[in-house]
Design a protein around this ligand. Structure first.
Ligand SMILES: C[S@@+](CC[C@H](N)C(=O)[O-])C[C@H]1O[C@@H](n2cnc3c(N)ncnc32)[C@H](O)[C@@H]1O
Length: 242
């Protein structure tokens, strides 16, 4: 997979691409990552990328020409162009899966007051990290790249993300590692039993319990199979009794 980030601040990504799993994915050739500074596409001698808003008001708006010329230079028929904007659809794990299957992902990072509206005619998708406003798209691009890269085939073992939160519409079950006891807190006995079926069932139940407590909205959006319905009824009964 190829990822191109169009940004005024390529140096933001130096640490990102030279650390941990992202670095390994790039070194192994699973990901080709590059940043393109769209200031390089300016045509005036002062290399302006922004100008004051038409109609007046505070701040500076990113101009069409450098950004659109940059896009024309980097996009191919296999590219998906994603604008990072608080006005886009919210990025979810399902979006990460969708993007991980793309040949060439182009991410456009805004800054200042954001993009001239006409740039939107040149993008395929608009994504937001959530209902808040960042100073620039670089942090959003890094979050999206991180979530996408770990899903690309061969970057990490698929078993490592199959049980992750949101993969099956639930939060992940509680995880423990050694020591078995720490400061009076013990790992649940069932996880030490070696009984795979009982462990699977316990994990499913605790995954449902966590989701019920922390993200009940996820349960409302998901249909439950018979086993899950029974486990949820058990949880509700246990909690009524306590
Ligand atoms: C200060 S923001 C501009 C916000 C714009 N004036 C608005 O109200 O919609 C500058 C840039 O940061 C990025 N950005 C800000 N918040 C974001 C979010 N929640 N998700 C993704 N990108 C965001 C976008 O690229 C945006 O163009």
């Amino acid at each position: 997979m190829k990822i191109t980030v169009c940004t005024l601040f390529p140096e933001f990504f130096d640490q990102f691409i030279s650390t941990s799993i992202i670095k390994r994915a790039i070194d192994a050739g699973k990901i080709t990552f590059s940043c393109v500074d769209f200031r390089a596409f300016t045509t005036d001698k002062h290399r302006h990328v922004d100008d004051t808003p038409c109609g007046g008001g505070a701040g500076m708006v990113l101009m069409c020409q450098p950004m659109i010329d940059c896009l024309k230079a980097v996009r191919t028929p296999n590219s998906l162009v994603v604008m990072l904007t608080p006005q886009g659809q919210t990025f979810h794990q399902s979006t990460a899966h969708h993007l991980a299957a793309v040949d060439h992902l182009i991410l456009l990072c805004g800054h200042y007051e954001g993009f001239d509206e006409r740039i939107r005619s040149y993008v395929d998708m608009e994504l937001s990290l959530g209902d808040f406003v960042l100073t620039g798209g670089e942090a959003a691009a890094m979050v999206i790249c991180d979530a996408v890269i770990r899903l690309v085939d061969g970057v990490i073992l698929s078993e490592s993300h199959e049980d992750d939160s949101f993969e099956n519409g639930l939060l992940e079950y509680p995880q423990y590692t050694r020591p078995i006891e720490y400061d009076g807190l013990r790992v649940p006995e069932i996880l030490l039993s070696g009984h795979h079926e009982n462990i699977r069932k316990w994990r499913l139940k605790e995954s449902l319990r966590k989701t019920l407590h922390q993200r009940p909205d996820l349960l409302q959006q998901r249909s439950l199979n018979r086993e899950e319905t029974e486990l949820l009824a058990e949880i509700r009964q246990e909690e009524e009794e306590n």
